[in-house]
Design a protein around this ligand. Structure first.
Ligand SMILES: [Zn+2]
Length: 310
């Protein structure tokens, strides 16, 4: 399957390289231009299943069904109280080109009322060679468990990794192997962590690391034993830069990262999850969103914002 930026399944190609299916979409998911070849599988718009068996042609979005013909959902948004200015039947806030609604967030926040605990969960796909750095960076966050209290809830970090075997794919590009793992992970918590050569062109000379789409982390080789990895994980779980104090989330082009994470930053992660809004900041006249947003609370799924973070 070949997908576009929104996760739409555009082509299906078999092992021999023969095109089996090709689909284009109207903004709300109605297929068009499908005359080339027949449909061989049901997953279409943003990778969701188009339910043709009932004859209704709705997309199953878990929390709600989307009817691409009438460009609305068939039931009310379970989170509508948080978005009262919008219609509860609106899809992606009325902007399905920019936003998608898929179970593809890169972190979860779980709220346990009984234990009075918030758990921040995420998974990082990593190659064995890069594991030493990824583990250090992940451990940094996990060790913060229990140190913060937000509204009488303790905050626990449950970040984990999954090793990707080099030999498991014929794909020559290491980055695309990781991207494949992340894009095909249905947990909704998938990120990647990769060490890249100091000369890698994806990093500008002043950048020690970068987080693409709020979840694909690149760390410069010479920075693999510094706080850069933990800083990038901070972006992946929803933090923006702090520009005033030398701390973990100080701008990464600086050498002045240290292990300080502020209470307000943890609050920001939790509040993002509750409100379904990512943190963002304006840089070089572009808005950069941290974390890949999720609008996910009590298992209800809302839209996801894609952007890069450096
Ligand atoms: Zn940064």
């Amino acid at each position: 399957m070949t997908r576009d930026y929104r996760g739409d399944v555009r082509c299906v190609i078999d092992d021999a390289g023969t095109l089996e299916e090709s689909t284009s979409y109207y903004p709300y998911g109605m297929p068009h231009g499908t005359g080339l070849v027949a449909s061989v599988q049901p997953y279409k718009y943003t990778g969701k299943e188009l339910d043709r068996e009932t004859g209704l042609d709705w997309y199953d979005s878990q929390a709600r069904m989307l009817d691409p013909a009438t460009v609305r959902t068939t039931t009310m948004d379970p989170m509508c109280e948080k978005y009262y200015p919008m219609s509860p039947y609106l899809w992606c806030g009325g902007n399905p080109v920019k936003h998608t609604d898929k179970n593809g967030m890169d972190y979860h926040v779980e709220c346990n009322e009984n234990n009075r605990e918030y758990t921040i969960k995420a998974i990082f796909y990593v190659f064995q060679d890069d594991l030493y750095s990824a583990k250090e960076s992940i451990d940094f966050w996990n060790k913060l468990s229990g140190q913060y209290r937000i509204n009488d809830y303790y905050v626990k970090f449950d970040l984990s990794y999954s090793v990707v075997d080099h030999a498991s794919s014929n794909n020559p590009s290491k980055t695309s192997m990781l991207r494949y793992k992340v894009d095909n992970d249905d947990s909704g918590m998938a990120n990647s962590y990769q060490i890249v050569a100091d000369t890698d062109k994806r990093l500008k000379s002043e950048q020690n690391g970068k987080t693409i789409d709020g979840k694909k982390i690149l760390v410069r080789d010479s920075q693999s034993k510094t706080m850069t990895g933990a800083h990038e994980i901070g972006h992946a779980i929803g933090l923006v830069h702090n520009r005033s104090v030398h701390a973990l989330m100080y701008e990464c082009s600086s050498e002045r990262l240290n292990n300080q994470v502020f209470h307000d930053e943890i609050l920001q992660i939790i509040n993002n999850a509750k409100a379904g809004k990512p943190s963002f900041e304006k840089k070089d006249n572009e808005f950069n969103y941290a974390g890949k947003i999720l609008i996910f609370f009590d298992n209800n799924i809302h839209f996801v914002v894609n952007d890069k973070y450096i």
